[in-house]
Design a protein around this ligand. Structure first.
Ligand code: SAM
Length: 316
């Protein structure tokens, strides 16, 4: 075993011990086991334990600036095997992928479901369909586990607009907590179907819990309804011929927030989140109270700050 592999194995064992009481207390079965802890081992490793009790791993390797070449890929494969052994996942349930650079986010490819392994996981009261493959995100971003709980608590008896909804996980938790209605908007038709599958898997009726395949800018322009809670969780950048315009969260967040404020009911709140590491919040109108809640929303299994999150409320 190489030095790097041995360091990874030791660190995984340490992390498992560190996270054990938190995972038991909160019933956490899907978690980040390794978060670029050691600079020489630039991996993020997520464990997804299915309802069937089997563990699958998503291992993401961040390639050096000028690409790592075949040697880097071979080493990632070897490290992924070590991770599988340490974390109790069979080799054929370990999915490794190399990312050239930190990914800004994109519109999910409509053919992305091909050749992926599908299974259900539990998070709190919710069930979620995970599709794991070497070239895709599995359908549940673990860094927003706590945000989902906080948003769900804010949605009891209220309405939720979930923008850039991806597989609808905020909507599922909100609906299970007692949201009166939810609307989940995402540009990708296959992702919206996935959100509908997640809602159905939790016994949530499509009449009250709507999914919409649309560009968020176009949707907000045409939407007449108002909502008590709005989740705005855009990718850092997104370009698609199906969208009315390109998205750049740094450039566009003030505009998106203005449009969201216009769709908010009195007493409502916007939860805005971004993964962009270099993000800086634009000056917003004095009529808005802005509270950064990142310290509360980042869960204990992440130590590279994975997102920033703001709760934005019009002054009453
Ligand atoms: C970062 S993910 C959102 C994560 C989601 N909020 C969650 O917590 O699971 C970004 C999503 O935005 C969608 N997207 C990208 N550009 C879009 C646009 N212009 N309008 C609507 N959705 C878009 C992508 O298809 C993708 O599902």
């Amino acid at each position: 075993m190489t030095d790097r592999a041995a360091s990874l194995r030791n660190r995984l064992n340490k992390n498992l011990a560190r996270l054990s009481s938190w995972r038991q207390r909160d019933g956490v079965t899907c978690f980040r086991a390794y978060d670029r802890d050691i600079p020489e081992v630039p991996l993020a490793i997520d464990v997804y334990e299915g309802e069937d009790g089997l563990r699958r791993l998503q291992v993401v390797a961040f390639a050096p600036r000028h690409g790592g070449g075949a040697g880097f890929v071979a080493e990632v494969e070897a490290l992924a095997r070590v991770a599988g052994e340490a974390l109790g996942a069979d080799a054929d349930r370990v999915y490794a992928q190399v990312r050239e650079r930190e990914r800004g986010g994109s519109v999910e490819a409509d053919d992305a479901a091909a050749s992926a392994s599908s299974f259900f996981v539990r998070e709190g009261a919710g069930r979620f369909l995970i599709r794991m493959g070497a070239r895709r995100d599995p359908g549940l971003f673990l860094d927003h586990r706590t945000t989902r709980r906080l948003v769900a608590e804010a949605c009891v008896g209220r309405s939720l607009l979930n923008l850039f909804a991806y597989t609808g996980s905020f909507s599922v938790h909100a609906a299970l907590a007692g949201a009166r209605r939810t609307t989940s908007v995402d540009l990708s038709a296959s992702t919206v179907r996935w959100a509908a599958d997640n809602l159905a898997a939790n016994g949530l009726a499509p009449g009250d819990h709507r999914v919409v395949a649309d560009d968020v800018f176009a949707f907000l322009e045409g939407e007449g309804d108002r909502y008590d809670v709005i989740v705005l969780d855009p990718p850092s950048v997104s370009r698609s011929r199906r969208a009315s315009r390109d998205l750049d969260v740094q450039r566009d967040h003030a505009l998106l927030l203005r449009r969201c404020v216009a769709r908010l009911r009195p007493g409502g709140a916007i939860w805005f989140s971004t993964n962009l590491r270099t993000f800086s919040l634009a000056p917003l109108p004095a009529s808005l109270v802005v509270e950064e809640v990142t310290a509360t929303t980042v869960p204990p299994d992440f130590h590279e700050r994975p997102h920033r999150c703001f709760r934005i409320v019009p002054r009453g």
